[in-house]
Design a protein around this ligand. Structure first.
Ligand SMILES: Cc1cc2nc3c(=O)[nH]c(=O)nc-3n(C[C@H](O)[C@H](O)[C@H](O)COP(=O)(O)OP(=O)(O)OC[C@H]3O[C@@H](n4cnc5c(N)ncnc54)[C@H](O)[C@@H]3O)c2cc1C
Length: 248
């Protein structure tokens, strides 16, 4: 339960709140997770008036402010169609209107489609204060915050992204998902999800060889209550072949 609520109007004001002695306030995005927590001493700093709800493009790089909602993300002219489609799979319309990109990244597990795609794109998180940059893959593997809050997320737009998933129904969370990002230089990143606490990196290489083997190896211990490792390895090969047959 939220016991203390602060809504700063500027970044310095927010910083002071996070630094208050004897208190440990946490950032509030859309509140879809935080408002459900049962702990009775929650202190939150609402980020919504800090002007972080913008999407901007500089050169080939897109910067998504952390309080941009998932629905705003989908409606932006700057976001590639494939990412919009993946975001539609990530949450229902009601949730997309509430949840923020920052909150999504912090709470995402291995079955979160947009998280898998952003990790394939090697997106970077910008932590405040100090504008410290962290690759999203490091966040998912270490869950080590570099500041009080994420002010934005950025990634390059000149990268071809492909994504495939298998789920019980088209809008269900994936049992297996694969995101493949291919840079003009040939660099290829393959990220898998559909199980576990976070998406996992199968391959990051200067060109696209060895993808099938990397997918199989990465899924060796992927068995859980939803599917066996053997099933995921087999489906992983099918999905990877489907993506590789599209032109980079
Ligand atoms: C009913 C329901 C169904 C869901 N279904 C799915 C689903 O099918 N697939 C899926 O992928 N996800 C699903 N989710 C998870 C959903 O994506 C998250 O609830 C949502 O993205 C969290 O965003 P938020 O802005 O509401 O976060 P909040 O609730 O505001 O915060 C969540 C956490 O993130 C932290 N945080 C928020 N913003 C920042 C920031 N800028 N910097 C640092 N930390 C921050 C908070 O301190 C808190 O720890 C579901 C959630 C609900 C409630």
């Amino acid at each position: 339960m939220i016991k203390e609520y602060y809504r700063p109007k500027s970044v310095p004001e927010a910083e002071k709140l996070f630094e208050m002695e004897g208190k440990k306030c946490v950032p509030l995005g859309g509140g879809s997770v935080l408002s459900r927590l049962k702990q009775d001493d929650l202190c939150v700093v609402d980020l919504q008036d800090l002007g972080l709800n913008r999407i901007e493009v500089t050169g080939q790089k897109v910067h998504i402010g952390s309080t941009v909602t998932l629905q705003q993300f989908i409606e932006s002219e700057f976001i590639p169609e494939i990412l919009k489609e993946i975001t539609r799979k990530s949450a229902t319309l009601n949730l997309r209107n509430q949840a923020t990109v920052g909150g999504y990244v912090v709470t995402a597990d291995g079955r979160a489609p947009l998280a898998i795609a952003l990790m394939a794109l090697d997106a970077q998180l910008i932590w405040h204060p100090g504008q410290k940059i962290q690759n999203i893959g490091d966040w998912f593997s270490l869950r080590q915050a570099l500041g009080y809050w994420i002010s934005g997320i950025q990634f390059n737009l000149n990268v071809q992204l492909d994504y495939e998933q298998v789920a019980r129904t088209p809008m269900d969370v994936p049992i297996l998902a694969i995101g493949v990002a291919r840079w003009p230089s040939g660099r290829t990143r393959v990220v898998l999800g559909g199980y576990g606490r976070a998406p996992i990196l199968a391959l990051d290489g200067p060109e696209g060889s060895g993808v099938l083997e990397a997918v199989k190896n990465a899924l060796t211990e992927s068995g859980d209550e939803w599917a066996s490792a053997e099933y995921r390895q087999e489906v992983g090969q099918v999905l990877a072949k489907r993506i590789l047959s599209t032109t980079a």
